[in-house]
Each structure stands twice: as structure tokens, then as C-alpha cells.
Design a binder for this molecule. Structure first.
Ligand code: ATP
Length: 271
């Protein structure tokens, strides 16, 4: 999977990368779909065993942030990449339009509560980045308000990192054509109708504005302590491999270890 591995790098802080110009498709990587699928299977298995060690080690929490337009595959990623992890060791938090209670607090209030504790993997299906994207694109608050949130979020994530939270952020990037295909599928397949909201089409029309907003987010909030990765997500196999590989590599880097045994059990025999 060398051609794909070569793309596994975080967005550099302050980089001029534009989501508009990023590939949503990586054809060379899917030349051998079977090999790709097998590689992902091995990683998913590895992730499951790393999670056990991660829990036992107990020094860190892992926060995986998934962002992406409608039908970009956030749900599918959770199912396919994290589906083998012990459910006791993993939480998933989805962030929708804030409720009245949530909206009456600061925007990070609901987010902070869902950050995983040490030993746990937490997945955000959408996140605090919606609090920049939506108000900006829909012009709900003045620019000074949404713009300041980039630095506020950097500070928030830096504080989490200093407290043992390892953060990885992924934007699942699909093309217009692929989103159209997936929407049509949702519209025509009765078992998928429920996934489709008429409002999804409003966001589709606004996508160029979302692209600008994402581009600024990538430039301003990809940091050493909470890097962003752009995932070419038109092909689900590529998407899953990319995320499984990045997460397992990061966990391996932590040099996790089992805690030393309780001295009281030394020399014990079981009657
Ligand atoms: P899928 O992506 O699989 O289609 P979904 O994540 O879009 O599902 P929805 O029930 O449509 O699920 O709810 C998400 C909606 O909530 C999105 O339109 C998103 O922009 C919106 N949302 C999330 N957080 C905020 C926020 N802080 N402010 C405003 N809107 C938000």
C-alpha cells in the first residue's frame, strides 16, 4: 500500500493546502482492491488488540474527530474501522444542531463532556468544528465570532493534549459526483430513505462555501497536538485503510505498556 502510505501525512500548520484541490479519489491505491481490503482487515484487528493495551496502560485517552459533508462516510468509518474494538473501551458522540439547553451554554460545553477519559477511545461524529462551519456558512454570527473560534479551539485542544488526550482529526473528502451518487442511492433505496433529509440538499448547494471554511480550519487548526488529515473518501476501501493505518500508527507510537503487577500478588499460588 505504498502509494497510499505516502499520502498519510498531517496537514502542516499554517499550510496553504486547499480542500478544493485535494484528491477525493486515489486510483492507484485501489488497483488491487483485495490487497487493500486484506491490509485494512489486519489493521482493524491490530487496533482491537492495541485498544486492550491502551485501556490497561491507562495513561492516555484517544479522541478521533470525524468531519465531512453529508454522506461522506462518517458512520461507515466508525462501523468498519472501530467495529472490532471492545465496546466497553470506546464511545461515540454525534453532534447535531444544538438543543436549546446546549445553545444556552458556550459552544464547547457539550463537547467537553463527551471527551473520553483516560484509557478510552472516543469518536466524534461531527464535532466542535461545526461551530465554525455552520455559523460561518449560514452567516449566523458575525465573522469576529466564528473566526475567533479557531484560536479558542486550538487552546481547548492543547489543554486536552496536555492532560493526556491524544487527538487525531480527519476530514472525509468526497467529490460532488460521489455525493450525488450516494444521495440518489438514499433516495431510491427504501432501506436508506431514512438517512436522507431535504435539508441535505441546502448544504450541497452551499458546498463551495463549506470548502472555503474547511480550508481555513485546516490552515489554522492543524497543530502538533491535534493534527488534521485529509482523507480521500470517494472509495470506502481507501478511506478505511487510511484511517485504520493512521490510528494504529499513532497508538504504536505511544509505546503502550501493561502496568506492573501489584507486588502483593508476587509468589501467590492459587489453592
Ligand atoms: P450524515 O452525515 O450521515 O448524513 P448527519 O451527521 O448529517 O448524518 P443529521 O441528523 O443530519 O446527521 O445532523 C447533523 C446536522 O447537525 C448537520 O447538518 C450539522 O451541520 C448540524 N450541526 C451539528 N453541529 C452543529 C452546530 N454546532 N451548529 C449548527 N449545526 C450543527
Amino acid at each position: 500500500m505504498k502509494s497510499l502510505d505516502a499520502r498519510l501525512h498531517p496537514v502542516l500548520a499554517g499550510s496553504a493546502v486547499r480542500l478544493h484541490d485535494s484528491d477525493a479519489r486515489v486510483d492507484e491505491a485501489i488497483a488491487d482492491e483485495k490487497e487493500l481490503g486484506n491490509a485494512t482487515k489486519r489493521l482493524v484487528k491490530r487496533l482491537a488488540s492495541l485498544q486492550r493495551l491502551f485501556w490497561a496502560d491507562g495513561r492516555y485517552a484517544l479522541l478521533v474527530v470525524l468531519q465531512g459533508r453529508d454522506a461522506s462516510g462518517k458512520d461507515g468509518t466508525i462501523r468498519r474501522v472501530f467495529g472490532k474494538v471492545n465496546p466497553q473501551g470506546c464511545t461515540v458522540a454525534g453532534f447535531k444542531v444544538p438543543t436549546d439547553l446546549e445553545a444556552s451554554h458556550d459552544y464547547l460545553w457539550r463537547v467537553h463532556q463527551r471527551v473520553p477519559p483516560r484509557g478510552m477511545i472516543g469518536i466524534f461524529n461531527r464535532s466542535h468544528y461545526e461551530d465554525i462551519l455552520v455559523p460561518r456558512v449560514r452567516q449566523l454570527v458575525p465573522e469576529s465570532v466564528w473566526s475567533a473560534r479557531h484560536d479558542q479551539i486550538n487552546g481547548f485542544e492543547q489543554m486536552l493534549a496536555a492532560n493526556g488526550v491524544v487527538i487525531l482529526k480527519f476530514v472525509l473528502h468526497i467529490s460532488d459526483a460521489e455525493q450525488k451518487r450516494r444521495f440518489e442511492d438514499r433516495l431510491h433505496d427504501k432501506t436508506k430513505n431514512w438517512k436522507f433529509r431535504a435539508g441535505d440538499l441546502d448544504d450541497r448547494v452551499l458546498w463551495p462555501k463549506f470548502l472555503d471554511a474547511y480550508t481555513e480550519i485546516l490552515r489554522r487548526t492543524s497543530t502538533d497536538w491535534a493534527p488534521w488529515y485529509i482523507v480521500p473518501a470517494d472509495d470506502k476501501g481507501v478511506r478505511d485503510y487510511f484511517i485504520a493505518r493512521t490510528v494504529t500508527d499513532r497508538l504504536e507510537q505511544l509505546q503502550l505498556r501493561y502496568p506492573p503487577p501489584d507486588p502483593a500478588i508476587e509468589g501467590l499460588t492459587i489453592a
